[in-house]
Design a protein around this ligand. Structure first.
Ligand SMILES: [Zn+2]
Ligand SMILES: [Zn+2]
Ligand SMILES: [Zn+2]
Ligand SMILES: [Zn+2]
Length: 501
């Protein structure tokens, strides 16, 4: 996790060839491959408000423009506003002034009433600052501000929605014509060449075409601009009254210039997202549905399944062409012992084969799942597949591959507290340290002799490890399956030291 925010030192190659740190990779246990963010389909699971944690169905969220009905952001500092209650004294209303037969005491009576306003606990901004009247209920309907261009924007949006609808219909019609349905018997239209729309026209019926989009008056640019107010040249600028860029952008509809036009903004909804492998269409990440839960139903993060490699240190300062040693740490995140072997990276030809395999796997999948209905084909973006490529990271050092396997023990959270009762086992000579599920190895490497000072030294290897797949997806497989998998790992060991140092 230390590498989460920092530039990655150790990166893994995804099956598509993109380089990523392990924290940004997923592991599909159906394809048994690493998957990066581009190799998975991102789907919106649910919408919710981060403040009141209300779950909002996606159709409703669309209607509400992805904003919560009850929660507001401070227009000044973008914190969440909270409702504050005050008591105000109001004169009691006399029900019927006509009937009030001179009882003056009744008229003077006052009552106290609870009123609410919104206040920001971070910057002390309140709705009273901009003259929004207090409301009688805490979750009251706060006045929506009206924007000058609202009707125009609505008209434009309506127009483009109908354009999209029409295009969709046309596409569907074209697709229908291209792939005629095979019926057992000839229909009248097949024999005569008449189409439904032709018959309709002959009968004098209206064609069943989608409504044509209503034309809108296009906007026109004009050179006439309002004059600047006179005061701008005479009065000194008070920066306290001018809004910041952030404040203007948080209120995009009118982008106020002065702070007295800041209005509370409805809070944007958040989403829960699930990820799906693009090749096998299985879920890789699936969060719990409920917004209050931070758990996952399916969580195939690569760091839970693939051994994590960390750079411990280099023995000596890096010099071009001078042999050196690097210490790497391997951690096994799974509940099963792993046998890890460090072998050479695939050659260019082997890499080309891997790319071919990746492409074939995808083509096979699309031919299997190609659905006849257009709508389902559109909703699932299976066609958007990451184009496989050669790994864009060349190693700049020659690593000595030990080619001897070593065991990395399974993860055992209680082992941390145990006395060190490790049985000394026969260790390969390059294993220098071992504790619970971690092993440190010392590998020799030589940076390329043609490297200049400050050049990056990258060592790369293919990590062969055995993986126990506990998911049982077919009936005939009753036991967890063992697989031997490979991951291409690239480690930035450092930069060549400058000669003067
Ligand atoms: Zn990828
Ligand atoms: Zn809310
Ligand atoms: Zn604030
Ligand atoms: Zn998959």
């Amino acid at each position: 996790m230390a590498s989460f925010m920092l530039p990655p030192v150790v990166s893994y190659a995804c099956s598509c060839g993109l380089i990523n740190p392990i924290t940004k990779l997923y592991f599909c246990r159906h394809c048994l491959q690493l998957r990066c963010g581009f190799c998975v389909c991102h789907e919106v699971d649910s919408h919710f408000c981060s403040s009141c944690l209300e779950n909002i169905p996606s159709s409703e969220a669309k209607l509400k423009k992805n904003r919560c009905n009850n929660c507001f952001n401070c227009p000044s500092c973008q914190h969440t506003l909270s409702a504050r209650a005050t008591t105000v004294v109001v004169p009691k209303k006399v029900d019927d002034p006509e009937k009030g037969d001179g009882d003056d005491k009744e008229k003077d009576k006052v009552i106290t009433r609870k009123m609410y306003y919104l206040s920001c606990l971070a910057c002390r901004w309140t709705t009273r600052d901009v003259g929004i009247p207090d409301q009688t209920v805490a979750s009251g309907a706060w006045p929506e501000c009206e924007y000058a261009n609202q009707t125009r924007l609505n008209a434009i949006m309506e127009y483009y929605q109908s354009v999209v609808l029409q295009e969709k219909q046309e596409k569907q019609d074209l697709w229908k014509r291209k792939t005629p349905k095979k019926h057992k018997y000839f229909s009248l239209t097949d024999r005569t060449g008449l189409t439904v729309s032709m018959i309709r026209r002959q009968m004098g019926w209206a064609d069943k075409a989608p409504p044509k989009p209503k034309a809108i008056t296009p906007s026109e640019a004009s050179e006439e601009v309002d004059e600047l107010p006179e005061s701008i040249f005479t009065e000194p600028v008070n920066l306290k009254n001018i809004t910041t860029i952030k404040q203007r952008h948080s209120q995009p509809a009118d982008q106020p210039e002065t702070v007295d036009n800041l209005f509370p903004q409805r809070k944007s909804l958040w989403i829960k997202r699930s990820l799906r492998c693009r090749q096998c269409e299985h879920n890789i990440i699936k969060p719990e549905y409920h917004p209050t839960s931070i758990k996952y139903r399916i969580q195939l993060f690569a760091s839970y399944h693939v051994p994590e490699v960390r750079l411990v240190k280099c023995e000596q300062p890096l010099k071009a062409g001078v042999a050196n040693f690097v210490i790497l740490n391997f951690a096994n995140p799974t509940m099963h012992d792993m046998v890890v072997k460090i072998i050479e990276l695939p050659s260019e030809d082997e890499e080309a084969l891997l790319i071919e395999e990746f492409r074939r796997g995808f083509e096979k999948q699309t031919s299997l799942t190609s659905t006849p209905s257009l709508t389902s084909a559109l909703s699932r973006q299976t066609s958007l597949n990451e184009e496989p490529r050669f790994v864009d990271k060349r190693t700049t050092a020659k690593l000595e591959y030990p080619n001897v396997p070593f065991t990395v023990n399974h993860r055992d959270d209680s082992a941390e507290f145990d006395e060190d009762t490790q049985i000394q086992q026969e260790e390969p000579p390059f294993v220098i340290w071992r504790k619970s599920n971690k092993v440190s190895v010392k590998l020799g490497f030589t940076p390329d002799p043609d490297l200049a000072s400050n050049d990056e030294v990258v060592v790369g290897f293919s990590m062969q490890y055995n993986y126990v797949n506990t998911v049982i997806n077919t009936a005939d497989r009753s036991e967890p399956q063992k697989h031997t998998l490979h991951a291409r790992v690239y480690v930035k060991v450092g930069n060549i030291t400058s000669e003067s140092a």
